[in-house]
Design a protein around this ligand. Structure first.
Ligand code: F6P
Length: 327
């Protein structure tokens, strides 16, 4: 099977995340080391349809391991969701003789790769890159660690002013419909309440916990809420709490896209390098149409078709720790 692949393309798709550049670098350099031609496809699947493809050399990826964003740029392509769009994309690959594709992105990007690989005989390998960490089968996704660290350092700053004024603060973090950024950053900053989509929490239980703390003269309260929490984000929670606690001084802070930017942490650079390296090995070894994950510090290769959003599971251990430590 080795060496059937001669030319590979690499693209980044969906929401960008810190560490994508490190993954691109790893794919390009592993490909070149194995005497493959490597092509960078700009703006994800959209660039593939629009033939925005450049040949990559070792120097093309020099000095990027530390950069956030993606040098290849990214997009959420509507056209690639259509058979017509995928046909044009295929023709553009064939034109250059590209016979293997590495897709760095989240589950939406993987779904695109599944459709494509069902229709055409070009093998695709996925690399899990999303700050949301919402993909089953991998302990890490590229960008999550950086996003959490960004959130932690922002929340620490808010805590200073919150503490000075004895206020209640609600901080909203990203994650789409997953609560991992909220859970991890909330635990790491000693949040009194962490509100995540994976767990039901009624407004009365938050009110009761605030009142109980008030009785103990604990006036500073940090609530970290995931944007996908079922009752709503920071503004909505503020509104609901104001109804019940009209005298409370409640401020909100929505961290937003700063969580997606910045220089990747060491962990994100390491996993991106490792996943990028193994993605190329997969193509060469004939292990096709899988995504590359890491579980228990071992590589895990999961059929792209089985790449699903992880839903609803947050360890009971963590929830107990939150409850006990936030008292
Ligand atoms: O999937 C990454 C993510 O940052 C989510 O956390 C967030 O909900 C979404 O992308 C935001 O997307 P956009 O940048 O398109 O607004």
């Amino acid at each position: 099977m080795k060496n059937q692949i001669t030319k590979i393309g690499v693209l980044t798709s969906g929401g960008d995340c810190p560490g994508m550049n490190a993954a691109i670098r790893a794919v390009v350099r592993t490909g070149l080391y194995n005497k493959l031609e490597v092509y960078g496809i700009r703006r994800g699947y959209q660039g593939l349809i629009e033939d925005d493809i450049v040949k990559m050399e070792s120097r093309s990826v020099a000095n990027i391991i530390q950069l956030g964003g993606t040098i290849l740029k990214t997009a959420r392509s509507k056209d690639f969701k259509t058979p017509e769009g995928r046909k044009i994309a295929y023709d553009n690959l064939v034109k250059r003789g590209i016979n293997g594709l590495v897709v760095i992105g989240g589950d939406g990007s993987f779904r695109g790769a599944v459709d494509f690989s069902k229709e055409y005989d070009i093998p695709c390998i996925g690399i899990a890159g999303t700050i949301d960490k919402d993909i089953t089968g991998t302990d890490f996704t590229i960008g999550f660690d950086t996003a959490v660290n960004t959130a932690v350092s922002a929340i620490d700053k808010v805590r200073d002013t919150m503490d000075a004024h004895d206020r209640i603060f609600i901080i909203e973090v990203m994650g789409r419909d997953a609560g991992y950024i909220a859970l991890h950053s909330g635990i790491a900053t000693g949040a009194e309440n962490i509100l995540i989509p994976e767990r039901k929490t009624g407004i009365d239980s938050i009110v009761n916990s605030l009142l109980e703390k008030e009785r103990r003269k604990k006036l500073v309260n940090l609530i970290v809420v995931a944007e996908g929490f079922e009752l709503g984000g920071a503004s909505k929670i503020q509104e609901l709490l104001k109804d019940k606690l009209p005298k409370a001084e409640i401020r909100i802070c929505i961290l937003g896209h700063i969580q997606r930017g910045g220089s990747p942490t060491c962990i994100d650079r390491l996993i991106a390098s490792r996943m990028g390296f193994h993605a190329v090995e997969c193509l060469m070894d004939g292990r096709h149409n899988v995504f590359v994950g890491i579980q228990n510090n071992r590589m895990n290769y999961i059929p792209l078709e089985d790449a699903v959003k992880s839903k609803g599971k947050v360890s009971e251990e963590w929830m107990r720790i939150v409850k006990i430590l936030a008292s």
